[in-house]
Design a protein around this ligand. Structure first.
Ligand SMILES: *[C@@H]1O[C@H](CO)[C@@H](O)[C@H](O)[C@H]1NC(C)=O
Ligand SMILES: *[C@@H]1O[C@H](CO)[C@@H](O)[C@H](O)[C@H]1NC(C)=O
Ligand SMILES: *[C@@H]1O[C@H](CO)[C@@H](O)[C@H](O)[C@H]1NC(C)=O
Ligand SMILES: *[C@@H]1O[C@H](CO)[C@@H](O)[C@H](O)[C@H]1NC(C)=O
Ligand SMILES: *[C@@H]1O[C@H](CO)[C@@H](O)[C@H](O)[C@H]1NC(C)=O
Length: 228
């Protein structure tokens, strides 16, 4: 019995070594906590559904071919399911709702996907605030097919509603947003937004990779860097 167990441990150690030597793919674990959080924008406060209290939600940043486990703890008041937009193949649990007080772990096995994907809640009202970037970098010893940028910045275009979003808002009418946002911040042309407008500082002649995600429901957004 004892030696059988030892043999098993030895064999699995060998298998582990093999996997380690043959592939450079990493395994990542993310803990996401769905929660109701107060946010003040356009001079008033709303309770919105968020992941980890942030709007937009946390970014996942991995490399091509990696495996990602995302354990989602639903500490909010609504059943929610997350969708992994642009990931090839099917993901267990994608069609099932995570009930309040429960958690579910999504296992995402990346293949040749690369670039900027996104994740979001499946229902429209929840997706307005529960979404984020899923960045897939080239593998460690691989370059971009263009000059390497000085740094990269994710820009998520979103929308903000003064009215509370609920399960009743299964469609969001185009143009109904009270403000459009960049990384969760309304621009300085909206009231009460001057101090929080999103800013990106750059170096003169630097080279920046900007990853733009349109998280606005059913509207085409145009992104432009003025005088550039
Ligand atoms: C989200 O919050 C949980 C619990 O508060 C924390 O353990 C986890 O690291 C956070 N995840 C991210 C991606 O920030
Ligand atoms: C729920 O979370 C616990 C603790 O983080 C974890 O051990 C368990 O596997 C998770 N359950 C599911 C269904 O993902
Ligand atoms: C969403 O639904 C709630 C409740 O039905 C309503 O009060 C609110 O105005 C709706 N919000 C939008 C943006 O349609
Ligand atoms: C987008 O528009 C389509 C067609 O009008 C509608 O079926 C869908 O529910 C809308 N999506 C959202 C998120 O509002
Ligand atoms: C906020 O910015 C707008 C546009 O730049 C400007 O017109 C307005 O005076 C600013 N308000 C405050 C309080 O600084």
């Amino acid at each position: 019995m004892g030696s059988e167990k030892q043999g098993f441990i030895w064999l699995s150690g060998l298998l582990f070594l093999n996997i380690f030597v043959l592939s450079t793919a990493d395994v990542h674990y993310y803990e996401f906590s769905l929660q109701e959080s107060p946010f003040t924008k356009l001079c008033s406060t709303n309770i919105i559904l968020t992941l980890n209290g942030s709007f937009p939600g946390p970014e996942i940043r991995v490399r091509r071919g990696d495996t990602v486990f995302v354990n989602v703890h639903n500490q909010g008041n609504h059943a929610v399911s997350l969708k992994w937009e642009g990931v090839k193949g099917s993901i267990d649990g994608s069609n099932e709702l995570i009930q309040p007080g429960r958690n579910f772990t999504y296992k995402i096995e990346l293949k040749d996907e690369i670039g900027t994907l996104r994740w979001h809640a499946t229902s429209a009202w929840a997706a307005a605030t529960v979404h984020g970037a899923f960045v897939i970098l080239p593998v460690a010893n691989e370059d971009y097919p263009f000059p390497a940028p000085t740094s990269d910045q994710t820009i998520i275009l979103g929308e903000w509603f003064r009215e509370e979003l609920t399960e009743a808002n299964q469609t969001i009418t185009p143009g109904s947003a009270d403000a459009y946002t960049i990384n969760g911040q309304p621009g300085e042309t909206y009231g009460c937004s001057n101090d929080t407008t999103f800013e990106m500082q750059v170096d003169y002649q630097g080279l920046y990779l900007v990853r733009v995600i349109n998280a606005v429901a059913n509207e085409t957004m145009v992104f432009d860097i003025e005088n550039h």
